[in-house]
Design a protein around this ligand. Structure first.
Ligand code: FES
Ligand SMILES: [Fe+2]
Length: 432
C-alpha cells in the first residue's frame, strides 16, 4: 500500500514550513532536562531490564538465517538464552534455550539443523514445536507428565522475512505494536528482502547514548560534513511521533543537491531497487525508530537497521544489519561495515558509523562525572525526548523514581495522526 499522495504533499509542505520557522512551533512544549541518572544509574538500568526488554517486540533474526524447516539459531541479545527455530511444520517459533529437566541448554551451537532438539546433559529430546518426546529411563521418574514439559515458548511473530520476539506472553500483536509504521513499511517489501549483512560491535557507553546519536539531524552538519550532510537538509527535517514510542524522521536533500543523481552514484546499478518505494523513501533520508532499540533509514535500496543492545549499564552491542532485494551473483551489499583484517570478525564500522559512535565512550565518562548534570534538548531533538517518555511509560510512570523520571510534556496531541504543526502551517499560508 503506497503512502497517500495528499499525505506526501502535506509532509513536503511541512518541510518547507520547518525550514522557514524562526522558533519551535507555537504549541510545542518546553522540554525539561533529562536527568543524567537515566544513563548512569543502576536503578534505572534495572527498571529498563525488568520492563522495557521484557515487554517490547525485539528484532531477533532474519528468515535467511534459519531458511529450512529444522534450522535453528541461538539468540541471546538480551542476555536471556533463547533459540529461534524454523519448525518442521514451517512455522517459526522462539523458545527459552532451557531444558525442562535441569536447565541445561537444549542447543549449544550458534546455528544448526536437526529434526529434533536434544539436550546434551541427559538427552531429553524435543520436537521443533517444543514438545518433549524423549526422556531416557523414563520409568525412574514418577508421575512425569511429558505433555507438561514442553520447551517454554517466547512470543514470536514475523514482519515478512524479519523475525521479532517478545518475552511478555500478554504482549499485543506485532502489527498492533507497530501501528501506522506497519502500513508505512508495506512499500519496502519485507516479505522479499534478504539478509545481506549482520555484524555486531561492542561500544563503551550506555545503549541510549549510542542510539541517540542516530535520532536527530542536529548533529549532521557537524559530525558528518562530508558523508551525510550533502544528502540531508537538517533544516527541512520533519519528525513524526507514532504510538508506542516509534517515530520517523524525514529530511530531504538540500535544494542544491540532486538526490536522484546522488542515489544513482551511491548505489551500484546491480543492486536491485525496491521499486514499490514511494516518493519520500526515494528522495529523502528517512529514519524510523522502532521502540525500543531499532533505528533504520529505509530507502528504495535498503532496509538497514542499527540495533542497540545493552550488555551492561555502560556497554552496548551495536548490530549493523543490511537487508536488500536479491543482489544476484555480486557481493552482498553492506551499508554499514567495511572489510578490516585486523578486527576479530574481519569487519570494521563504516566511516559514517565511526563518525556517529566516536564520542560515545567519552560522553559516558562525562556523564558519570560531577561535570555532568542533565541534558537540555531542542525541538530538533524531540524524537529523543519522546523516546525517553516512552521508556518511562513502558516501565510504568509509578515505577520510575522522581529523580530519574522525565516529565511527560509531549502529549497525545503530538502523536500521529495528530500534528498541531499542520493547522499552524495552514493558518499561516491562508494569511499569506
Ligand atoms: S538437563 Fe536436559 S536432559 Fe537433563
Ligand atoms: Fe549521524
Amino acid at each position: 500500500m503506497a503512502m497517500d499522495p495528499a499525505y506526501i504533499e502535506q509532509i513536503k509542505r511541512l518541510m518547507e514550513w520547518e525550514a522557514a520557522r524562526s522558533a519551535p512551533p507555537e504549541e510545542f512544549p518546553h522540554l525539561p532536562d533529562l536527568p543524567a541518572g537515566r544513563y548512569t544509574s543502576q536503578e534505572y538500568y534495572d527498571l529498563e531490564q525488568q520492563h522495557i526488554w521484557k515487554k517490547s517486540w525485539l528484532f531477533a533474526a532474519h528468515i535467511d538465517e534459519i531458511p529450512e524447516p529444522g534450522c535453528f539459531m541461538k539468540w541471546e541479545n538480551t542476555g536471556t538464552p533463547v533459540i529461534i527455530v524454523h519448525g518442521m511444520d514451517g512455522e517459526v517459533r522462539a523458545f527459552y534455550n532451557t531444558c525442562r529437566h535441569r536447565g541445561a541448554p537444549v542447543v549449544t551451537e550458534e546455528k544448526g539443523r536437526a529434526p529434533r532438539l536434544m539436550c546434551g546433559y541427559h538427552n531429553w529430546t524435543y520436537k521443533t514445536d517444543g514438545e518433549l518426546v524423549g526422556v531416557p529411563e523414563k520409568q525412574d521418574f514418577t508421575g512425569l507428565d511429558m505433555s507438561c514439559r514442553s520447551l517454554i515458548p517466547v512470543k514470536c511473530e514475523r514482519l515478512g522475512n524479519v523475525i521479532f520476539v517478545n518475552f511478555d506472553d500478554d504482549a499485543m500483536p506485532l502489527k498492533q505494536w507497530l501501528g501506522p509504521v506497519w502500513n508505512d513499511w508495506e512499500e519496502f517489501q519485507f516479505d522479499k528482502i534478504k539478509l545481506a549483512a549482520r555484524h555486531s560491535f561492542d561500544l563503551n557507553c550506555n545503549w541510549k547514548v549510542a542510539m541517540e546519536a542516530n535520532m536527530e539531524v542536529y548533529h549532521v552538519p557537524f559530525i558528518h560534513p562530508e558523508t551525510v550532510a550533502p544528502l540531508v537538509d537538517s533544516k527541512r527535517n520533519v519528525n513524526t511521533m507514532f504510538p508506542n514510542g516509534h517515530a520517523r524522521m524525514l529530511a530531504p536533500a538540500p535544494h542544491e543537491t540532486d538526490r536522484e543523481h546522488v542515489r544513482a552514484v551511491d548505489s551500484p546499478p546491480d543492486w536491485q531497487e525496491i521499486d514499490t518505494v514511494g516518493e519520500l523513501g526515494r528522495t529523502c533520508t528517512q529514519s524510523y525508530t522502532m521502540f525500543p532499540n531499532w533505528v533504520s533509514p529505509l530507502s528504495n535500496y535498503f532496509v538497514p537497521p542499527l540495533v542497540f543492545w545493552p550488555t551492561g549499564l555502560n556497554t552496548t552491542r551495536l548490530e549493523l544489519v543490511t537487508m536488500a532485494l536479491d543482489w544476484g551473483d555480486g557481493p552482498a551489499p553492506d551499508l554499514w561495515t567495511v572489510p578490516d583484517d585486523s578486527k576479530p570478525n574481519g569487519r570494521d564500522m563504516s566511516p559514517i558509523i565511526l563518525e556517529d559512535t566516536q564520542f560515545g565512550e567519552m560522553i559516558q565518562k562525562s556523564m558519570e562525572s560531577d561535570g555532568f548534570k542533565s541534558v537540555p534538548l531542542s525541538y530538533q531533538e524531540a524524537r529523543i525526548y519522546s523516546f525517553h517518555q516512552s521508556c518511562d511509560k513502558m516501565i510504568g510512570l509509578d515505577n520510575v523514581p522522581e529523580h530519574l523520571a522525565v516529565e511527560q510534556v509531549i502529549g497525545e496531541e503530538w502523536i500521529y495522526p495528530n500534528d498541531p504543526r499542520v493547522s499552524q502551517m495552514e493558518q499561516l499560508q491562508a494569511a499569506e
